[in-house]
Design a protein around this ligand. Structure first.
Ligand code: FE2
Length: 383
């Protein structure tokens, strides 16, 4: 057994804990908080609730509200200019993955200078970085538990994964009430993404006994609760399980990366503006089937964990196929589309997509080696 585990992030979870943001931040010895949010989260009142707690604990607070979906290098630069005026000593990403990633992106440039592409890859920070806090309002990316910021180049739309242990949040506050106001479509898109993180990280080439523990526990929380939160958005116990499952998947990714479903999804977002969760919903079942040839036993273990330790129902299907069908059923529950042909993409564009997918870093961690021709076939399967 081989792993190196040193969590950087304190995790505080519970209903109403966003009201403790001030005292928790004060424990870090900080005085000036820059809260990074988007307009939807601000309109829902979550940003003000966190800011009020910070002010009550004596912190000066400013809000950068320029976060957009799939934040770009331009978004980050705007945030850095804002930070230069305000001179924060703590950055707080309060929102979905986009807000948290933008906060991390701002931290790289504000603390270390240069431009975002300087930090593309792992361990590129050139000095100490500001303390930072993640407060997720979705159950999706798991950015709160990772040292990676996903920032798209504003010109090429290439998604850059910029990771450094110093960029990881010192604290993550998980309050399930913050996830209740999400539109159904956001619950659907972020939930299927979180499920994919559990499935991909569980079998990746970098998996360890420890990362698999996070992935398995993530799947065990997400799989039964996804349909529940879609059906009953106010079910706080199910919302909490989803939030914890997404965070656990973030911890798994931090230790074991992802795989081909993400490699195939990124070009769909980059070239056709298909949102990440929808792109993942298209690719994931086919990648599970593709990988099952080599990872059948792992998929059986995952299935066993979400069946509460009872054996799978008798039948001819193997665990990988059952899991792929389960993802397809959840995708249908979520109201997400299941075929590439339902989008404005022609079959003739598949070779170009496959060429782009083959260049994605995350493809290198897929448990079964994927060549460009395999990726093209997977797009065909999804068409
Ligand atoms: Fe993802």
């Amino acid at each position: 057994m081989s792993f190196d585990f040193s969590p950087q992030t304190r995790i505080v979870s519970g209903s109403g804990r966003v009201d403790d943001l001030g005292p928790l931040a004060a424990e870090l010895g900080v005085k000036r908080a820059l809260v990074v949010s988007d307009s939807g989260i601000i309109a829902a009142g979550h940003t003000e609730r966190g800011s009020e707690s910070l002010r009550k604990s004596g912190l000066e607070v400013a809000v950068f509200d320029g976060v957009i979906e799939n934040p770009t290098t331009h978004t980050v630069r705007q945030g850095v200019e804002f930070a230069r005026d305000f001179r924060p000593d703590v950055l707080i990403g309060l929102g979905g993955g986009s807000s948290m990633d933008t906060a991390k992106g701002i931290n790289f440039l504000y603390s270390c200078g240069g431009q975002m592409s300087d930090y593309w890859g792992v361990g590129k920070a050139t000095g100490p970085m500001l303390a930072s806090i993640g407060v997720p309002t979705t159950a999706g990316t798991g950015s709160e538990a990772q040292s990676f910021a996903l920032i798209s180049d504003e010109v090429t739309h290439v998604k850059m994964a910029c990771g450094d242990k110093r960029a990881a949040f010192r604290l993550a506050v998980l309050d399930p009430h913050l996830t209740v106001t999400q539109p159904r479509s956001v619950t659907a898109l972020t939930g299927i993404d979180a499920l994919s993180h559990a499935l991909e990280s569980f079998v990746s080439t970098k998996r360890t006994a420890l990362s698999q523990m996070f992935s398995r526990e993530s799947w065990r929380n997400l799989e039964p609760n996804f349909s529940t939160v879609l059906r009953n958005p106010e079910d706080i116990a199910a919302r909490s399980a989803m939030q914890w499952g997404a965070c656990l998947a973030g911890m798994a990714i931090e230790n074991s990366m992802l795989g081909a479903a993400h490699a195939l999804a990124n070009p769909l977002t980059q070239s056709f503006d298909i949102v990440h969760g929808q792109a993942i919903a298209l690719t994931l079942p086919h990648v599970v089937r593709f990988n099952a040839v080599e990872r059948e036993a792992d998929y059986a273990k995952l299935e066993f964990s979400s069946n509460n330790g009872t054996a799978a129902p008798p039948g001819d299907l193997k665990a990988g196929e059952r899991l792929a069908r389960r993802v397809e059923a959840l995708r249908k529950d979520a109201g997400l589309l299941g075929q590439l042909s339902e989008f404005d993409i022609s079959r003739e564009q598949i070779p170009e997509l496959a060429g782009n997918a083959a260049k994605q870093w995350t493809a290198t961690f897929n448990p079964r080696r994927v060549e460009e021709s395999d990726l093209a076939q997977l797009y065909e399967d999804a068409y």
